[in-house]
Design a protein around this ligand. Structure first.
Ligand SMILES: [Zn+2]
Ligand SMILES: [Zn+2]
Length: 135
C-alpha cells in the first residue's frame, strides 16, 4: 500500500503536520477550496490538498492508506456508527478575537484568515504561483 502525503504545510494549521487528514464530506459542505484551511474530521485545521481525499468515494471498505491521521480515522468510524466526535483539548481564549476556542490559543476563524493572507503571500513570492513548501 502506498503511503499518502500529508496535507500541505501551513503555520496556522493545528492538525498533525505529518499525517493526512480527512476533510469534510461534500454532502454537507461546499467543496473545500484547495489551499484553504479547513476543519478536518479530527476537529483540527488542515490545508486542503489539490486532490481531496473523500472517504465516501475512495474508502468504501474503511481501509485507509498509510499515513492517515489516526484521530481522523477514529472520527470517520465514529460518524459511521452515529457517535459524536468530541474535542478533548482544553478551551482557551483566542488571542486575536477573544472568542472561546480549542485551537490552541487562536480560534479557527482567525487561523483561517491568517492562513489565507500567508498563503497568498507565499504564492505571490513564488515564481511558479504555487506556495513554496516550507516544512
Ligand atoms: Zn486528522
Ligand atoms: Zn479568533
Amino acid at each position: 500500500m502506498t503511503r499518502i502525503e500529508p496535507n500541505p504545510h501551513s503555520p496556522y494549521a493545528d492538525a498533525d503536520p505529518d499525517a493526512r487528514h480527512l476533510l469534510p464530506s461534500p454532502i454537507f459542505f461546499p467543496d473545500p477550496q484547495p489551499g484553504a484551511l479547513a476543519l478536518a474530521a479530527c476537529l483540527r485545521l488542515a490545508v486542503v490538498p489539490a486532490e481531496t481525499l473523500r472517504a465516501v468515494h475512495t474508502i468504501p471498505d474503511g481501509v485507509f492508506p498509510e499515513g492517515m491521521c489516526d484521530a481522523c480515522i477514529n472520527a470517520f468510524h465514529a460518524e459511521m456508527a452515529g457517535r459524536d466526535v468530541v474535542d478533548d483539548r482544553p478551551c482557551q481564549t483566542c488571542s486575536a478575537c477573544g472568542s472561546s476556542t480549542r485551537h490552541d490559543g487562536l480560534c479557527a476563524l482567525c487561523r483561517q484568515e491568517a492562513h489565507a493572507r500567508w498563503w497568498a503571500e507565499q504564492a505571490a513570492a513564488s515564481t511558479t504561483g504555487e506556495p513554496r513548501p516550507t516544512a
